[in-house]
Design a protein around this ligand. Structure first.
Ligand code: 0A1
Ligand code: ZN
Length: 881
């Protein structure tokens, strides 16, 4: 957090980086824990690195005692102002001791030490990334200060029976008067943002794990008693992650214990604190009755992500917060590879690319755009973005593709060996990968420093006389906020050429003796380059950017029939889907322009109807193929956005698809799948549920009564949450009066299950149309709703503002005004959450004039306020530009 912004906002610049003037070798912390008041005694062994005073960060701390080398300092011997404690010290080393008091129960920002749950039953925990440690004690709170930590926790045993901190246990005992203590020593130097403690009434499940290099590790997952029986899937996922990192990267865990804790009060997804990961319960708990298939996959992915950070983030950390993607992009990439190995690789790629397009492309195209390595920030918490995470992962994927599997592994081995125990930079990463392979990867640095999504234009020309196909690739990146001029970046383009029967052609580039495989990667490393393929007998259909080999927008004048060939024949699931998405985009253009008999719409519906009838596509892929880009992605296809019209055009294309397939075949296939229904979690069962859902939604467009009847029956008979929630959403979307009863039933059935109710809030918040606002306002009055809980706010307000374009962008601007009001209220409690919700205003400038005017008035009004947090002020200032 986040002072109120009456102080001028200071901008931190990458160019101003200087190494720390004082580092901390050892930290000894002793906590006397209490919910209202906790005392923290800290002893720091500091070492001078430059001829400057010692400066420690500290915010919201009540300073009780301060001494240097055993001598208490009086006022006048230090300066404490603007969150910095400055002490002039002689000599090159010193021992600094502080004692401070902090107030966990008052900490609604959930940064530093705070209370999760109620005063009488809840527990205490910490969140320190990025700058939370300074809310716990005075410290040089920056990631390039790595220290060895010893932590002693003291607390009332009855109220806080479980005491945890990162590191290995180093003793525990009684203190008398009902209090007890526990000590932990972490042998691995770490930055302060990885520090964590937890204390309270928690239950655990455990597993004895032995690493590949022979270390016995006790794995413990902790949660409150009412949810501890929902942690089994997370434990299985953790074991799979540990084994995968050993196998794939040769990385072993490095402490004797590994704790994972679930909390219902958390600002983000989870946190990789050394030896003590803390999870938003949403990403740790899973059971068939209250979790969907998607949620099971998310639990597996987030558990893996946090575990993988132990090497990519903890053992090798970041020099400064500009390097955030060094750990996040790399760890997302590692998680994506893991999930692809555990599940279906093409489906995982489809999911990740769809997320990139939905979340990152709009971010990169609007006023919040920033490079994967930003060059400045005023609030680092606002840079945990899709660009740093998802685009960052795409950059690592390009590097990995460039080096090949073995080369990338060699590079990673060198990176970990060379920088173990250090705070590194993105240059260090590229250098290590390059050095291990005798390669120069420095051209890829341009990707890290430049915002905006490059446009890749492809133009093919077939020369029958020469039997040649000339493919000209060009790139251009549009100007982004504060970055008018762009340079060319290396763009690897994996490609194949297909003939019109759908066969892939062997590829021989001009100057080569022999044809190679049917797929290869060419790299466009300047503004333009032509690639000439020989021995081509007829104009081929190029399949470009296979596997989404670079995070760009492809502009290629495909004829609909050409995309249909790829959609029908491409053997690779991802590319088949990609061709379908591109063709769906053209079909959408037809519907948007009122061209109901357009050639793209016909080609798209015909190809999908044939694939549907032909039975050659598995259920999971078929469900994906039947899902065109969403309303949020489609906004890019018109100059001025009117969400109503976008929805109408998209619904029209879906209706055309449903008609082409036919109501009867849709019903029949649905019934077959229904008969096979189970709650099993295996991939084919999940695929059946996914396809069933798509079919029901398509059926609703051509047979609303038939779809509603089936959806209601499905709701009543569903063996698990996936089927139950999907059915509820279908009824509520297409037959709202019949939805009242099941909606009320769901509310009663899951009373007390916060995570299940979050889905209930979100589902209703996303129901389209102008009435959505009144529905959301009514739901705010539900006793389970509170602005104090980030998950609740995300489910109701976040889903509405970010995932309900027709509801949020009401033409009268009422939803904008309502959200502005709520943002101010949330901001007073939790600035990080307010800032995240406020990003919903990101694209206001490209709305049609009436909505634009309404949004502008609201955004400008908010941006002019001086009583908001630094987090929210930063977002508003950029969005309002
Ligand atoms: N490093 C975590 C994400 C995270 C970031 C900031 C937080 O508090 C402001 C909490 C978690 C991850 O990537 O999982
Ligand atoms: Zn992460």
């Amino acid at each position: 957090m986040s002072d109120r912004s009456d102080a001028p906002t200071s901008v931190i610049r990458l160019a101003d980086y200087r190494p720390p003037a004082w580092t901390v070798e050892r930290v000894d912390l002793a906590f006397d824990l209490g919910i209202d008041r906790t005392e923290v005694a800290a002893t720091l062994e500091l070492v001078r690195q430059a001829d400057e005073p010692m400066r420690l960060n500290g915010e919201g701390l009540e300073l009780l005692e301060l001494s240097v080398d055993g001598r208490r300092l009086g006022e006048g011997e230090y300066i404490l102002a603007n969150g910095v404690l400055e002490i002039a010290v002689d000599g090159d080393r010193c021992t600094l001791a502080t004692r401070v008091a902090i107030r966990p129960a008052e900490n609604t920002a959930l940064e530093g030490l705070y209370l999760s749950g109620s005063r009488d039953k809840g527990f205490l925990l910490t969140q320190c990334e990025a700058e939370g440690f300074r809310h716990i004690t005075f410290f040089p709170d920056r990631p390039d200060v790595l220290s060895r930590y010893t932590v002693t926790l003291r607390a009332d045993r009855a109220r806080f029976p479980v005491l945890l901190a990162g590191g290995n246990p180093d003793g525990a005992g009684e203190l008398g008067d009902g209090r007890h203590w526990a000590r932990f020593v972490d042998p691995h130097p770490k930055p302060s943002y990885l520090f964590a403690v937890v204390a309270g009434r928690l239950e655990r499940i455990s597993h004895d794990y032995t690493t590949a290099d022979g270390r016995a590790v006790a794995l413990h997952i902790w949660a409150e008693a009412d949810v501890i029986d929902r942690c089994g899937y997370a434990m299985d996922s953790l074991i799979r992650s540990m084994q995968w990192d050993e196998r794939t990267y040769g990385r072993n865990y490095d402490l004797d214990v590994f704790h994972v804790v679930a909390t219902h009060d958390f600002n983000m997804g989870a946190m990789e604190n050394k030896g003590l990961n803390i999870f938003n319960a949403k990403y740790l708990l899973a059971d068939p009755d209250s979790s969907t298939d998607d949620e099971y996959r998310h639990v597996e992915a987030v558990v893996a992500h946090e575990y993988f950070h132990n090497w990519s983030g903890n053992r090798v950390t970041c020099r400064d917060w500009f390097q955030l993607s060094l750990k996040e992009g790399l760890t997302v990439f590692r998680e994506q590879s893991f999930s692809a190995d555990m599940n279906s690789a093409p489906l995982k790629r489809i999911e990740d690319v769809a997320l990139l397009r939905r979340a990152q492309f709009p971010e990169d195209a609007g006023p919040l755009s920033h490079p994967v390595r930003p060059s400045q920030y005023s609030e680092i918490n606002n840079f945990y973005t899709a660009t740093v995470y998802e685009k960052g992962s795409e950059l690592v994927r390009m590097l990995a593709g460039h080096l090949g599997r073995d080369g990338f592994r060699k590079g990673m081995d060198l990176y970990f060996a060379r920088h173990d125990g250090q705070a590194a930079t993105i240059e260090d990463f590229l250098k290590a990968l390059g050095d291990a392979n005798d390669a120069d990867l420095s051209p890829y640095l341009a990707w890290y420093g430049q915002a905006g999504t490059p446009r890749l234009t492809a133009e093919g020309r077939f020369d029958a006389a020469q039997r040649r196909y000339r493919l000209t690739l060009r790139q251009r990146t549009p100007a982004t906020a504060g970055q008018p001029a762009k340079q060319a970046v290396p763009i690897p383009v994996r490609l194949s050429l297909f003939d019109h029967s759908g066969a892939a052609l062997p590829l021989r580039l001009e100057g080569e003796d022999r044809a190679g495989d049917t797929e290869r990667t060419v790299v466009l490393d300047g503004a333009e380059h032509a690639f000439v393929f020989e021995d081509i007998d007829a104009a081929p259909v190029p399949s470009l950017l296979r596997g989404f080999s670079a995070p760009v927008i492809l502009e290629c004048d495909y004829l609909p029939g050409e995309l249909a060939i790829l959609l029908r024949h491409d053997p690779d699931g991802f590319n088949r889907w990609e061709a379908g998405q591109q063709l769906a985009g053209l079909a959408y253009d037809d519907c948007r322009d009122g061209n109901v008999d357009g050639s793209a719409l016909r080609a798209w519906t015909r190809a999908l109807a044939d694939l549907f009838a032909g039975g050659g596509v598995d259920d999971a892929l078929l469900a994906e193929l039947l899902t065109p880009p969403g309303e949020i992605e489609l906004v890019e296809r018109q100059a001025e956005r009117d969400p109503e019209r976008i929805r109408i055009a998209r619904q029209a294309m879906l209706r055309a698809l449903a008609r082409r397939i036919g109501a009867e075949p849709l019903r029949e296939r649905y019934e077959q799948l229904r008969a096979a229904t189970s709650a099993a979690l295996d991939a084919p069962s999940q695929a059946q549920r996914q396809l069933k859902r798509r079919l029901l939604d398509l059926l609703a467009l051509v047979d609303p009564a038939g779809a509603a009847e089936r959806a209601l029956a499905q709701y009543g008979q569903a063996p698990g949450m996936t089927d139950r929630l999907a059915a509820l959403a279908t009824v509520a979307t297409y037959a709202s009066p019949s939805a009242e009863e099941p909606i009320a039933h769901f509310r009663r059935r899951y009373d007390g299950n916060a995570l299940a109710l979050d889905k209930w809030f979100a589902m209703q918040a996303m129901l389209p149309g102008a009435e959505a606002l009144a529905r959301v306002q009514a739901l705010e009055g539900d006793p389970a709703f509170t602005l104090k809980n980030p998950n609740r706010v995300q489910s109701l307000l976040g889903s509405f503002a970010r995932a309900n374009p027709t509801g949020f962008h009401r033409a009268d601007g009422a939803a904008y005004r309502w959200l502005a009001d709520r943002l101010v209220a949330i901001d007073a409690l939790n600035p990080q959450v307010a800032a995240r919700i406020a990003t919903a205003f990101n694209g206001w400038k490209r709305l049609e004039p009436v909505r634009r005017e309404a949004a502008h008035a609201v955004v400008a009004g908010l941006a002019a306020r001086t009583d908001l947090s630094r987090d929210l002020t930063d977002i508003l200032a950029r969005v309002a530009l």
